[in-house]
Design a protein around this ligand. Structure first.
Ligand SMILES: [Zn+2]
Ligand SMILES: [Zn+2]
Length: 281
């Protein structure tokens, strides 16, 4: 018996305990699985407890066919109950909701299988199997009221690393002098910044060590470690799609002035090989 329980990324980061409910077949508590209201169970008079009866059919005069079939008196159980249990109606089992506790350990992988021994469907006729919970990652709820989105709306997990996209304006990417404070899954802040004059290229990646997921040592260990993966920040640069007329003129004029003055070649300035048509500022 397998069920999937999904929790937000934050729970994989911090560890969490959740209660979850499943509906399963349980042995009737009222009659303790006998199906009888007074606890008395009789051997079926028709089949003698075998649950099967043999019927003779006459196919033609003098020719009989013997057919073995399930006893209709006891329903094949070999036993009859005079006064069926009022709770289960004599079926000996009933469907019930049971509550279990799910312990998500820090850094557990998505898809982890957690086994609850003998917690699957019960029956008086067999030993209950195991209930297996497959741990899933819940999609963040965009309508939730958490302003810092610590549920992980903008974090993506890959193993022990976390991924984040940070948007910079053209000015920030090019001229630097910016700061960002990211709120991590447990609410602590990660500081990102560049001093004035430090350029960030579109798509540039910054690896912040120790700010990824906690490293989980596996089921057998059950120890908390203080090792974390990395947070991988990818910078996305957004160019302004419109500029105020006056500003556009000034920027254009500035451009022209410096092109004429120095014949600015960004590629050459940066020591990159000149690419035809792309060298101009
Ligand atoms: Zn019978
Ligand atoms: Zn019962």
């Amino acid at each position: 018996m397998e069920v999937r329980v999904s929790v937000p990324l934050r729970d994989f980061y911090m560890g969490a305990e959740h209660e979850f409910q499943i509906e399963k077949q349980q042995i009737c508590e009222e009659c303790e699985g006998s199906g009888s209201a007074d606890g008395e169970v009789d051997t079926c008079g028709k089949c003698g407890g075998r649950g099967m009866v043999v019927q003779k059919h006459m196919l033609a005069p003098g020719i009989f066919q013997q057919v073995q079939m399930g006893c209709d008196q006891c329903g094949g159980k070999g036993q009859t109950i005079r006064r069926p249990c009022k709770v289960c109606g004599g079926s000996r089992v009933m469907r019930k909701t049971t509550t279990h506790v799910l312990s998500v350990e820090k850094g557990m992988p998505k898809g982890q299988r957690l086994t609850y021994e003998n917690e699957a469907d019960e029956s008086p006729d067999w030993v209950a199997g195991d209930l297996v919970v497959v741990l899933g990652e819940k999609e963040a709820e965009l309508e939730s009221e958490d302003p810092h989105r610590t549920d992980g709306t903008f974090f993506r997990r890959k193993g022990r690393d976390l991924f984040w996209k940070e948007v910079l304006s053209l000015r920030e990417a090019w001229l630097g002098a910016w700061t960002r404070n990211l709120t991590h899954l447990d609410g602590h802040t990660i500081h990102l910044s560049r001093p004035r004059g430090e350029t960030v290229q579109p798509g540039q990646v910054e690896v912040v060590k120790g700010e990824g997921m906690p490293v989980w040592l596996g089921e057998a260990e059950h120890v908390e470690v203080d090792t974390y993966g990395a947070l991988v920040v990818e910078y996305v640069v957004v160019l302004p799609d419109q500029m105020e007329g006056g500003m556009e003129k000034e920027v254009w004029a500035l451009w022209e002035k410096w092109r004429k003055k120095r014949g600015v070649d960004l590629g050459r300035d940066a020591g990159r090989p000149a690419a035809a048509g792309h060298g101009e500022l």
